[in-house]
Design a protein around this ligand. Structure first.
Ligand code: GLN
Length: 243
């Protein structure tokens, strides 16, 4: 089996170690003898996404989001939407997550268009939301705690799309309604940097499994020894939740 990972705009959306998500998807696949290939897709790259199994968009600043938005919505939007309707697995973090929604309105009032696959919108608030996050995640009928680190000014409000989980510690989508992240079909958006996947191996495996199922039909992932990851996660949860 083989997974092709599309890394969108690695030269622009690359904040807070988000590259670690790509490394985790690769490593956890390879430990199970699943071959991987990472393809970089950036401004002006030609792609119809049909050769991609997992697409990744990391976080970026407002300036970088603006550059990405023009390319993503005008040049790649139509093909990306049809791949998503066909079941493409996508992970978007923070700035990348915002661009999967309808729009992001900056603090200067400028509207940066999103690709509109997630029914949500984001408006910059006056205070940045920075800090550790713990959520009660409910993804593909799996319930587990996720940990991460957020740093955003954008407040995201969900329309018809469902959240990825409920905030226990931190702000999540907007600091108001306790929602964090968003899911639509096999598209997952979250504010959790960290990077999120090495800290939350359950989530990494959901993405790998979803992508393999779409490509090969039913798959059972070989369990890996995640005791160190779980121990690290537990100690973070205990530390944050006690504060
Ligand atoms: N510019 C966005 C915000 O601050 C995204 C930042 C990020 O990707 N960390 O809301």
């Amino acid at each position: 089996m083989k997974l092709v990972i599309g890394h969108m705009y690695p030269d622009l959306l690359n904040l807070y170690g988000d590259l670690g998500n790509i490394l985790t998807l690769k490593r956890r696949s390879e430990w199970r003898n699943i071959e991987t290939e990472v393809k970089s897709i950036t401004v002006d790259s030609n792609t119809n996404f049909t050769d991609i199994d997992i697409l990744f968009l990391g976080g970026g600043s407002d300036r970088e989001q603006k550059i990405v938005s023009d390319d993503l919505t005008i040049k790649k939007g139509k093909n990306l939407k049809s791949a998503i309707e066909d079941g493409l697995t996508v992970l978007g973090i923070c700035g990348g997550y915002q661009l999967l929604g309808n729009y992001y309105q900056t603090s200067k009032g400028e509207k940066i268009e999103g690709v509109g696959v997630l029914d949500m919108w984001t408006v910059a608030g006056t205070k940045r939301m920075i800090g550790n996050v713990v959520i009660d995640a409910n993804i593909n009928e799996k319930n587990f705690k996720m940990v991460g680190f957020e740093n955003h000014s954008g407040k995201t409000y969900l329309g018809k799309s469902s959240p990825l989980g409920k905030v226990i510690i931190g702000r999540g989508n907007n600091g108001e309604d306790k929602t964090e992240g968003c899911i639509y079909k096999n598209v997952y958006g979250t504010y959790l940097h960290g990077p999120v996947l090495p800290k939350n191996p359950e989530f990494a495996d959901i993405l790998i499994e979803t992508a393999l199922k779409r490509k090969y039909g039913k798959v059972e992932l070989t369990p890996l020894d995640d005791s160190l990851e779980q121990q690290a996660k537990q100690s973070l949860i205990e530390r944050f939740v006690k504060k």
